[in-house]
Ligand binder design. Structure first.
Ligand SMILES: [Cu+2]
Length: 109
């Protein structure tokens, strides 16, 4: 995709399939910082692994909960952490499917 259209939703400025994959090795502990710089909420969903939300706006979460989806509100910063222990090619995407359809997908492998 050469040009980002008005209704395109992106991850790190790119729309799928141009998004950068998260390349992991088996057994890695992976920490992903999600910054929502849009004015909408994005329920980010990871396939193949559960994760914990370990920080909010840079502050550690006292009792991280195991999740597979977390809603990221406008201007919120969440850090999630998971162990890459399920080999495969897994989608990580916004679960507002009209956002996913417009590019808000990446993959973990
Ligand atoms: Cu979204």
């Amino acid at each position: 995709m050469d040009e980002i259209a008005y209704n395109t939703w992106t991850i790190n400025g790119k729309a799928y399939p141009d998004t950068e994959p998260l390349r992991v090795r088996y057994g890695d502990t992976v920490r992903v910082r999600i910054l929502n710089i849009s004015n909408g909420t994005h329920p980010m969903h990871l396939h193949g692994h559960d994760f914990k939300v370990v920080a909010g706006d840079g502050w550690p979460v006292a009792v991280p909960q195991v999740r597979n989806t977390v809603a990221v509100t406008p201007w919120e910063i969440l850090d999630i952490k998971f162990v890459a222990d399920n080999p495969g090619i897994w989608a990580f995407h916004c679960h507002e499917l009209h956002h996913a359809d417009q590019g808000m997908i990446t993959v973990v492998f």
